[in-house]
Design a protein around this ligand. Structure first.
Ligand code: PEP
Length: 296
């Protein structure tokens, strides 16, 4: 977990509002880097709700994956975990896993949903369909959807509204690219994504935020613990500014290369209310080591 210092070109770039390669970062609205106090106020943990460890299986898993879920459930019971556990398998597995998941005390979620409830949208899946199959939550605005499917904040927000209509919890993902971090735009990008992606109806009961730096997903890289704390504090501040004190209870997860080896230190960072875990959620042996941080 290395500290990331700005290079000289990156510092110059941050001053000029351009990237180190001379082009303006596309996602950024403000014209120039602005001076910013490095130490944002540290946020406390979300109040009232248990932390959550959510597994994102992405496009991995077949019917045989039920055995992993069962092993996670067995560990959850044995360790008397003080956290909620959510697994988001491919949509095809939600219905077949519904029974073992319920028996294991593990919630199931989708990885995306369409903003409409039904209609002529070949290949898509709606929030009511996820709910009908047994999901209680859905991941929205994951960086792989934003990057590979061109999803923008307004669409993520419309999907969140669809999730709420169906009675699903929305896990809204935000996070900066490596270039945005290097050029000092991280907090601006996160703020823009929160403003655009969160629906006005968001509450601590129907919404979680996942801070997932794009450059940390699937790479083995992670921000420093101070950087994670800084971003989580900024997210909390933004949530409370928009939604009032009740937003102090919205859980903010960290995601991006959380592994058994780094889970304990990351999950203890002030302001981190759990994790969104990709690769290390596929095998019970890995996920259980991460869950172990929350054992009673
Ligand atoms: C993710 O895809 O949400 C994720 C955090 O992946 P990984 O843990 O593999 O970096």
């Amino acid at each position: 977990m290395g500290a990331r210092k700005k290079s000289a070109p990156a510092k110059r770039a941050a001053k000029s509002g351009k990237t180190a390669t001379g082009t303006k970062p596309k996602a950024i609205v403000a014209p120039a880097a602005k001076p910013r106090a490095k130490a944002a106020p540290r946020a406390g943990k979300a109040k009232g709700l248990l932390p959550m460890v959510a597994g994102n299986w992405k496009m991995n898993g077949l019917l045989g994956s039920a055995k992993e879920l069962k092993a996670m459930g067995a560990f959850k019971a044995k360790a008397r975990l003080r956290c909620d556990v959510l697994i988001c398998p491919p949509a095809t597995l939600i219905a077949p896993l519904a029974k073992p998941a319920a028996a294991a005390g593990i919630a199931l979620g989708g990885q995306d949903c369409h903003p409409e409830d039904k209609g002529a949208f070949t290949g898509d899946i709606s929030a009511p369909m996820l709910k009908d199959a047994g999901a209680t939550a859905v991941i929205l605005g994951h960086s792989e959807r934003r990057t590979l499917h061109g999803e923008r904040d307004e669409l993520v927000r419309a999907k969140a509204e669809a999730a709420y209509r169906a009675g699903l919890i929305a896990i809204i993902c935000v996070g900066e690219t490596q270039e945005e971090r290097k050029t000092g735009w991280t907090l601006d990008v996160i703020e823009r994504q929160l403003k655009g992606s969160l629906a006005d109806a968001a509450t601590a009961q129907n919404t979680l935020i996942a801070y997932e730096p794009v450059w940390a997903i699937g790479t083995g890289l992670t921000p420093t613990l101070d950087d994670i704390s800084e971003v989580h504090a900024a997210i909390r501040k933004s949530l409370v500014q928009r939604f009032g004190e009740a937003a102090a209870a919205i859980r903010i997860l960290y995601g991006g290369s959380v592994k058994p080896a780094n889970a304990a230190e990351i999950l203890k960072v002030p302001g981190v209310d759990g994790a969104l875990v990709g690769g290390a959620s596929l095998k019970a042996s890995d996920l259980n080591e991460i869950l172990n941080v929350y054992r009673s």
